[in-house]
Design a protein around this ligand. Sequence first.
Ligand code: ATP
Length: 227
Amino acid sequence: MTPATDASLHLLYGGTFDPVHLGHLAVARAALATTGAAHLDFVPAADPPHRGPPGAAFADRLDLLRAALASEPPPAVGTWAIDPREGARQGPSYTVDTLREWRAEHGEARPLGFVLGADAFLGLTGWHEWRALFDLAHLLVARRPGCALEGLPPALREALDGRWATEPADFHTAPAGRVAVLDLPLQPESATAVREAVAGRRPPFGLPAGVAAVIAARGLYRDLAPG
Ligand code: ATP
């Protein structure tokens, strides 16, 4: 475990990862490279609050993440791993609870960034205790095809006033509270498209080789309604 005295920027990347795809990995690499963070943890949601039940069980999604990290090259900047903590909690996997847990372990002063895609960011005001997120972490937003960041809901736009980071160093000099958009090409992958392809017996697009192998070996997503 990272010692509480470590002052380096840490990133958490939450999601359902149902399954993890190459778009997620590209976002994680860009988050590490853009901020110069020391480490990023993928944090799979056990019970994602804003959607129906995942197509694969938490244990399978965790194994898919492990397979992805084992079959793909490591990031050029920093390190990455998986933080399975949401699997140990009962009830909906609220990000605010995860960030509070992390803060209790690592202290109030350590810089922490939370990575999310534009679709998730546009819906942020629907998240449990969403305003508290800014006190707990910086937010790093990855653009996504079809998600215009120009049309932010008014309450979110207001909450972001004065928070936009001007340079990556901003994330190292405060523990939380800044927001930045990640600079990376649009990533076309989507977990929904992967699940639909597998259920429809079509080749899925954008999977790490190790993830495709685990999906095939376990027969994951085959019995979902095809899209
Ligand atoms: P689904 O299609 O099931 O909604 P997804 O592909 O969006 O899945 P999630 O596990 O929900 O995958 O994504 C985790 C986080 O990564 C979310 O914040 C999401 O916005 C972001 N994300 C996922 N895919 C991309 C992508 N291609 N580009 C940028 N961000 C992405």
